[in-house]
Write a protein that binds this ligand. Structure first.
Ligand SMILES: [Zn+2]
Length: 91
């Protein structure tokens, strides 16, 4: 691979690409008993399951509106993913 010249900017554009991760954790609501209490957060590093379980979240129930602390260890479901932000700059 002999690539050179001013058009070769693959490396620098890769460096400016910011990735952020999100995770959604679902809990059983302590008020209504449904699995409708959600906590969401975004973070700079990829979330690991053991980290999620060690974290206390502020959860909100979509069914009854209950809000409170929920421990990751009691999560009934967790989802995570990557959000790619390519050079989005406000001003
Ligand atoms: Zn509820």
């Amino acid at each position: 691979m002999m690539v050179s010249g001013p058009l070769c900017r693959v490396e620098s554009s890769f460096m400016t690409e910011a990735k952020s991760y999100w995770r959604l954790v679902v809990f059983r609501c302590v008020s209504c008993g449904r699995n409708e209490a959600f906590a969401e957060e975004s973070c700079a590093v990829e979330p690991r399951e053991d980290q999620i379980r060690a974290t206390t979240y502020q959860a909100i129930c979509r069914h009854c509106g209950w809000q409170g602390e929920a421990h990751g260890i009691s999560a009934v479901e967790m989802r995570s993913g990557v959000e790619r932000r390519t050079a989005i700059r406000n001003k």
